[in-house]
Design a protein around this ligand. Structure first.
Ligand SMILES: [Zn+2]
Length: 557
């Protein structure tokens, strides 16, 4: 491609008031333009990069013998909503009043279609994938492609007959992704997302470390265990409080609704309290009780109840089951369908809880004597907890999720007839990879004050050829010869044929992040060109006949 024939719009300054450095560089190098908060247009350079990433991923997924399909972005509401994130979907009605959503998760729609298609064991195992735009009505879209409202994603659906087939599929998916990440030159952390603590990592989130990231994960230096914070079991290693059980008492706590207010009113510590949260889970009311200074882990509750969705109850339900306004729920006399009690609670003595009476709390409440419930692990792990595998100190880190291998949590089951003619459930494994997020991940991974340093495989161009003066006949002739030779070799080359100062061309080449630059200047009269790699500071003069060998050597590094 010649510069004069390809639209490249570089800027000296990033427009707007973006805070993120790599986003500024993406805007400056003409990859993207902002249309609205969280909505971007890919200009030719950016679209090239996006396509390169997409093609590498497609090749890897194709090698799994997966079948590519194309889903509509317009999804009937009932096949679109994951109930637990409906607030972030773009939903609307058509002229006849039928509800639709812009595609967010294609899982339910694919399952609905395939339940009529996969009938026999002979079809299985089988994989499908689609590369689509997804939409999310982010509350706070930011950092460009990191949290945008329209983004490109690959979704893979693997359907299997047996647990062995499931493990084999997961193993293949891991290997394909590893190759993909290697080509993009990014290092990724695998955080378990299935509550497992032993054995090989199978279901997991792929994380890039990022200090302002929203994904929290646990690492243990001692045994190497890594897990998403939402999926980390807590280890029970504390002793029962050895105290007399006191007589239960109802105390007036007027106008006090939060733990903080209660702590200062009673002048005690949050660890002496237990809070009771009321949820709606598939039509049932479920109370979850954790220590006052803990957080309920909704994923653990979901997993325990084998539920596909869970949401906090509304004020009306809370009034029905507690007989009190929000802020006074407690385990004694509670009318929920179920009470889940976190592991720590039975070991506590003389707890302070809500009295299910507006303006009152109970003190000296004890598990077993005053209330019962199903005991389990229902709280979030904290950095004071220890590793659930080896008991060593853990660290909580932050990152960005760029891909995920996960179990389907949809209630739609695909059934097939097995070899004996019996109806059996298909076992599904799902993968999702954020393609546009990958552009963010790579650019955040390597940039300097001159621009983003793209890895060779996904750079907007692999090589840029810069004749210092387009008025010098020899320079122009050699530039074209090199250009043609590299094109013949199948390389993606940019010939900067603009009548600009060399400094301007060099700056643009650096800003675009093109990995290899070949400059043809006065030394061409002695048979030399200058070779410069974007990720190295020094340039070197090489004989014209040697330049290709040098590039090949660079690529092998
Ligand atoms: Zn450990």
């Amino acid at each position: 491609m010649k510069y004069s024939e390809f639209f490249i719009s570089t800027l000296k300054e990033a427009p707007g008031e973006e805070e993120n450095e790599s986003l500024k560089l993406m805007l400056r190098s003409g990859l993207l333009r902002k249309v609205a908060a969280g909505v971007y247009c890919y200009l030719p350079v950016g679209y090239k990069v996006l396509n390169k990433i997409e093609n590498i991923l497609r090749q890897e997924i194709k090698s799994l013998k997966a079948n590519e399909i194309l889903c509509p972005n317009l999804v009937p509401l009932e096949l679109s909503l994951k109930e637990d994130d409906k607030e972030e979907n773009f939903c609307f009605k058509d002229r006849s009043g039928r509800g639709f959503a812009l595609g967010t998760s294609y899982e339910r729609m694919i399952f609905d279609i395939l339940k009529g298609e996969i009938k026999s064991y002979k079809t299985l195992p089988v994989m499908f994938y689609c590369i689509e735009n997804e939409f999310r009505d982010e509350r706070r879209p930011k950092a460009g492609l990191l949290r945008s409202r329209e983004f490109r994603t690959l979704n893979l659906f693997s359907f299997n007959k047996s647990k062995e087939e499931v493990l084999l599929s997961i193993d293949k998916i891991h290997k394909a992704l590893e190759k993909f990440f290697k080509k993009l030159d990014i290092s990724v952390v695998k955080a378990r997302n299935d509550f497992s603590i032993k054995g090989d990592v199978s279901y997991c989130d792929f994380i890039i470390d990022f200090e302002n990231g929203e994904y929290n994960y646990i690492t243990c230096k001692e045994c190497g265990y890594i897990s998403g914070k939402d999926y980390t079991p807590t280890k029970i290693d504390y002793m029962k409080e050895d105290k007399e059980l006191n007589v239960i008492e109802k105390i007036s706590t007027p106008n006090i609704r939060t733990i903080e207010e209660l702590v200062s009113f009673l002048q005690t510590s949050p660890s002496k309290f237990a809070k009771t949260l009321i949820y709606k889970v598939e039509g049932k009311s479920v109370a979850v009780m954790v220590r006052g200074d803990r957080e309920v882990n909704e994923n653990k509750v979901k997993e325990y109840l084998k539920a596909s969705c869970i949401e906090l109850a509304d004020d009306k339900t809370i009034l029905e089951v507690t007989g009190a306004q929000v802020g006074f729920a407690g385990p004694v006399g509670l009318k929920t369908d179920l009470l889940l009690v976190d592991n720590e609670i039975p070991n506590m003595r003389n707890i302070i809880v809500g009295a299910n009476d507006t303006g009152y709390h109970l003190v000296n409440v004890n598990y077993g004597r005053d209330f019962d419930g199903e005991v389990g692990d229902f709280r979030n792990i904290t950095d004071k907890d220890t590793c659930p595998v080896c008991g060593s100190q853990i660290e909580i880190k932050r990152g960005i999720k760029i891909a995920s291998i996960y179990k389907s949590n949809d209630e739609i089951k695909i059934k097939y007839r097995d070899e004996k003619g019996e109806e059996t459930n298909v076992l599904a494994v799902l993968l999702s990879v954020g393609i546009s997020r990958m552009i963010w991940a790579v650019s955040e991974n390597k940039y300097d004050d001159k621009g983003i340093i793209w890895p060779f495989e996904i750079a907007p161009f692999e090589v840029v050829i810069v004749p210092v003066s387009v008025k010098d006949e020899l320079q122009v002739k050699v530039a074209h010869e090199i250009y043609n030779k590299l094109k013949e070799k199948g390389m993606d080359v940019l010939l900067d044929d603009r009548d600009e100062r060399a400094g301007v061309k060099f700056n643009d080449a650096d800003l675009l992040g093109i990995p290899v630059r070949i400059t043809i200047g006065k030394k061409i009269n002695d048979g030399f060109v200058e070779l410069k790699f974007r990720n190295e500071n020094a340039s070197k003069d090489v004989k014209i006949e040697d330049f290709y060998g040098e590039i090949e050597a660079f690529l092998l590094k």
